[in-house]
Design a binder for this molecule. Structure first.
Ligand SMILES: NC(=O)c1ccc[n+]([C@@H]2O[C@H](COP(=O)([O-])OP(=O)(O)OC[C@H]3O[C@@H](n4cnc5c(N)ncnc54)[C@H](OP(=O)(O)O)[C@@H]3O)[C@@H](O)[C@H]2O)c1
Length: 364
């Protein structure tokens, strides 16, 4: 039996984490259609912590089973096929997609096309969005190799959200707003959105962030104004605004709604970086806060734009974004269990500088 090294966390206390070894089947013991994939590298950002926080509610824990009481946090990254029982997938192929924090994953390959495949494992089907089961075949693709590959793992899934929110707001003429407020403005998801909004002109892009991240957010050049959380009431209250919330901070939301009142034209929830959300928030003045649900916008645009319509437009947006990243992100590679644990805990505790892009591997 081969062994996989898995990094797991206690579901009810994310500060508790450990490394375990699990058994993976030998090549000869794989069922028909299955692939044994070695996880070569993955990105780790606050988004992964949100997957853990919402692990029960949104069924993320179900994707990569772990011992009772523990969960394996899903990550975006790369794998290499070590053994294949699928006639169309060769050993050595590279895949991009959703992986466990581990060294190995068995995928039950289905719907194999030239571009990708799907994991049809029964435990991954119920209640999980299809995007989490899709793997892209990226062997030899320069856009997924080296530093470009690191950017894909770090930012592509986040930038999809940025792209969809930009599209949604523009489609709705910003609900009458003339400015967009983004909390956790230093986050990758937020600055991806700020970059797209900035290109639209005519809409003021306002970043809200912590004092320690102000300089970074200003240096990006895609925010027209940057304000620290303790100064948000200094913003002119007569500006009609849309709020896109990456921080999920209930107190901040109440302050903003109270300050802008009826000029709060849209209030969309996207993230939970601050992990300071109260379960029952009181009714607030202005637009009613609601979660932005990406799959809804994807479904709508897939219908309206037809086959390939989203991919083409997203591809164009991505192509305009990637050239900025050499200046905006410093990729740091970490290998082995200690490095992974450190980055996990630092990210959990909000100790990662915003320009850091962590690419990890559990392979020693
Ligand atoms: N709904 C969706 O479909 C969807 C899709 C993509 C992303 N998101 C969400 O968007 C959020 C941003 O994700 P990301 O990966 O882009 O983040 P990231 O780049 O890792 O963001 C880091 C920033 O988040 C804030 N932060 C992180 N940890 C913190 C902590 N423990 N305490 C206080 N602040 C903390 C800080 O920003 P400030 O100092 O500026 O606050 C920090 O600079 C996540 O919650 C993610 O799940 C949601």
């Amino acid at each position: 039996m081969m062994k996989s090294t898995d990094f797991i966390v206690a579901r009810d206390d994310l500060r508790q984490c450990k490394v375990i070894e699990t058994e993976v089947p030998d090549a000869a013991a794989l069922p028909d259609g299955a692939l044994l994939v070695g996880v070569t590298s993955f990105a780790f950002t606050a988004n992964n912590i949100t997957y853990a926080v919402l692990g029960d509610a949104l069924k993320y824990w179900q994707l990569f089973p772990a011992p009772q009481g523990f969960g394996n946090v899903p990550v975006w990254g790369f794998g290499e096929v070590i053994a294949s029982r699928h006639p169309d997938i060769a050993v050595g192929e590279r895949l991009f997609g959703y992986f466990p924090m581990a060294t190995h994953l068995v995928i039950e390959a289905a719907d194999v096309t030239k571009r990708g495949l799907r994991d049809a494992a029964p435990h991954r089907q119920e209640g999980v969005a299809p995007v989490y089961n899709a793997y892209t075949r990226v062997s030899g693709d320069p856009a997924f190799t080296g530093r470009q590959g690191d950017y894909q793992a770090l930012l592509r899934p986040l930038f999809m959200l940025s792209f969809l929110v930009d599209d949604y707001l523009a489609e709705n003429e910003f609900f009458g707003a003339r400015g967009v407020l983004l909390s956790s403005a230093s986050s990758k998801t937020a600055f991806g959105l700020a970059h797209l909004l900035h290109l639209r002109k005519g809409i003021k892009v306002i970043g809200l962030t912590s004092a320690s991240n102000v300089e970074f957010v200003k240096s990006l050049g895609c925010y027209d104004e940057v304000v620290t959380y303790d100064r948000v009431t200094s913003l002119p209250p007569d500006l009609p605004v849309a709020y896109v919330d990456m921080a999920g901070n209930s107190e901040l939301r109440a302050t903003l709604h109270g300050h802008f009142g009826d000029r709060m034209k849209y209030s969309g929830r996207v993230g939970l970086t601050h992990r300071a959300s109260s379960m029952d928030e009181p009714a607030l003045p202005g637009a009613k806060p609601a979660w932005f649900f990406a799959p809804d916008q994807i479904r709508k645009r897939a219908k309206e734009w037809g086959p390939g319509g989203i991919d083409t437009r997203f591809g164009a947006a991505w192509a305009g974004f990637v050239p900025m990243l050499d200046q905006w992100i410093a990729v740091t590679e970490g290998r082995g269990r200690e490095a992974v644990k450190q980055v996990y805990l630092d990210t959990l505790n909000g100790r990662v500088a915003p320009e850091q892009g962590h690419i990890l591997s559990l392979r020693e």
